[in-house]
Design a binder for this molecule. Structure first.
Ligand SMILES: [Mn+2]
Length: 248
């Protein structure tokens, strides 16, 4: 009864030694064609550049089933978002109802043959909660929604070593909007930058050293776009209008 599978917590990447660029991108939600267009516009070079996703690769958009293809690309690395977590729960535990999952954009998965559902659930379950990337300016970290502890080091230590309240900490890291709601600009002291998505914004928002980069490329009304954050320069493509620090 007490079967406990250790969470796949953190993947670590050394600095880009191919001389290329490292980008982070916000929530994709099944819009891989739009993502490819954004990469083309940035002259993304798959031989040298790397792309890190804040998660929520699937649901809502029309191309969610391409997720396995993208996860196999050697230059593409993603953390697990709350939508990946929900998909895994639907396939493995049925702990979310079909009706609820449909509302969240999961019909594409429910429509697939069981074997495909299981393969996708395996891939999504294997995604890390956090990614760390070394850059010349210091450590940059990526998580779907937030670092829910006072320091990154404490959070990672907790993810990797603690058995207590593990679930709650993971949920906070994938669901929290606290920093934006409270306009909390205190940042994460032991990182150069933390990059998150989860909350669609008209413009990227920087709160302290926390970069919120989901600019709603997946929104149905077409009002959004992908923002690519260069992890070495912390500049965005397209460029931010001014250097947006959050204000009220
Ligand atoms: Mn999300």
């Amino acid at each position: 009864m007490t079967k406990r599978t250790r969470l796949h917590s953190v993947d670590r990447y050394p600095a880009n030694e191919a001389g290329g660029r490292d980008f982070a991108v916000g929530d994709i939600h099944g819009h891989f064609s739009r993502l490819q267009q954004a990469l083309n516009a940035a002259d993304f070079n798959p031989e040298r550049d790397r792309l890190f996703s804040v998660g929520d690769l699937v649901d809502r958009g029309p191309e969610s089933a391409q997720v396995l293809e993208w996860l196999q690309r050697p230059w593409f690395h993603a953390v697990q978002g709350n939508h990946e977590e929900i998909g895994v729960r639907y396939v493995r535990e049925r702990s979310i109802s079909a009706g609820h999952y449909t509302v969240l954009g999961g019909a594409w998965l429910m429509d697939l043959p069981a074997i495909d559902q299981m393969n996708i659930a395996d891939a999504l379950a294997g995604l890390p909660i956090a990614i760390e990337v070394e850059t010349p300016g210091g450590l940059v970290a990526i998580v779907h929604a937030d670092c829910p502890m006072p320091t990154w080091g404490l959070f990672i230590q907790f993810l990797e070593h603690s058995d207590v309240n593990h679930r709650e900490m993971k949920d906070l890291s994938q669901w929290s909007r606290r920093r934006l709601e409270q306009a909390d600009a205190s940042g994460v002291p032991d990182l150069r930058a933390l990059v998150v998505g989860h909350t669609p914004l008209r413009e990227p928002a920087v709160l302290g050293n926390v970069y919120h980069i989901d600019t709603g490329a997946w929104l149905k009304d077409g009002s959004g776009r992908f923002t690519l954050l260069d992890l070495q320069t912390l500049e965005t493509i397209p460029p931010m209008r001014g250097r947006l620090q959050w204000s009220d």
